[in-house]
Design a protein around this ligand. Structure first.
Ligand code: NAD
Length: 253
């Protein structure tokens, strides 16, 4: 039975990822930032025993190392890290240059870099060191974004941090392969999570569904199924990849 640390697991893609690992027989440490009752609901839905909730604000520089220590204490081992937590695109985090004052621009950029990139980098360091110290192999899977490739004109810091996350994963896949640690990323297109519900039910909904020739957006379970596979030993040879999960809505060349 593996120990799996999933960040941002209170709802959305993180919840679906946590459920996929629990359904596969793994024990999960689920990090949440603020929504305790949502995180408890995820915990209630997870089959199996020994799962734990851990609170951490990955915007704090020391949070990642502390979180991994708490996860190891609770699960005995951490074999898999899923970097899912992120400050995502919302009305509050929009930062178009023409209508964003510099102070807001700087605040949003720094928050996104801290959580989406530095949080994931520090967690990767701590989990990799734990695996290397144990002499065990393992897997790190990053939740990136289609926006890293297609551009995020209203949220450039989001697109930049996701591109950096993909690049971080590719560098670490080379650095950590000699230790038996596989590192991959997924780049989802639009996914129907709670955060996106208002946009999908509003006037933009049909346009967003129309981005994919399937005529719909993705589901959290579809993202979770690929993450679960990428973290398996059967997928070790995929290390270094960035998997597009966007329903053919954007084709990279
Ligand atoms: P979400 O907002 O529900 O999930 C983000 C999670 O990150 C939340 O659980 C939140 O608590 C956590 N988080 C935010 N700030 C944090 C902080 N400072 N410290 C710790 N945790 C923090 O949204 P989601 O749609 O489920 O997104 C999950 C992941 O998928 C994100 O990385 C997002 O960028 C990515 N993604 C989502 C979509 C989509 O359309 N939903 C598309 C591409 C990529």
């Amino acid at each position: 039975m593996r120990g799996v640390l999933v960040t941002g697991g209170s709802r959305g893609i993180g919840r679906a990822v946590a459920l996929a690992f629990a359904e596969g027989g793994d024990r999960v440490a689920l990090q949440y930032a603020a929504r305790r009752s949502d995180a408890e609901e995820t915990l209630r839905r997870m089959p199996g025993e020994g799962h734990v909730l851990l609170r951490a604000d990955l915007g704090e520089p020391d949070a990642a190392e502390r979180l991994v220590t708490e996860a190891v204490n609770a699960l005995d081992v951490v074999d898999v890290l899923v970097n899912n937590a992120a400050v995502g695109p919302t009305a509050e985090t929009r930062h178009r240059i023409p209508d964003t004052p510099l102070a807001d621009w700087q605040r949003i950029w720094r928050r996104m870099v801290q959580v989406n990139l530095l949080g994931a980098a520090d967690l990767s360091w701590a989990v990799a060191r734990h695996l290397i110290d144990r002499g065990a192999g393992g897997a790190i899977v990053n939740i990136g974004s289609r926006g890293a490739f297609r551009g995020e004109p209203d949220f450039p810091a989001y697109g930049a941090t996701k591109a950096a996350l993909h690049a971080l994963g590719q560098s670490l896949s080379v650095a950590l392969a000699p230790h038996g640690i596989a590192v991959t990323s997924v780049a989802p297109g639009f996914v129907a999570t709670e955060r996106q519900a208002a946009r999908l039910s509003g006037p933009e909904g049909d346009r967003l569904r129309g981005e994919s020739p399937f005529g719909r957006v993705g589901t959290p379970a579809e993202i979770a199924a690929t993450v679960h596979f990428l973290a398996s030993s059967a997928a070790a040879w995929a290390s270094g990849t960035v998997v597009d999960l966007n329903g053919a809505s954007y084709l990279r060349t």
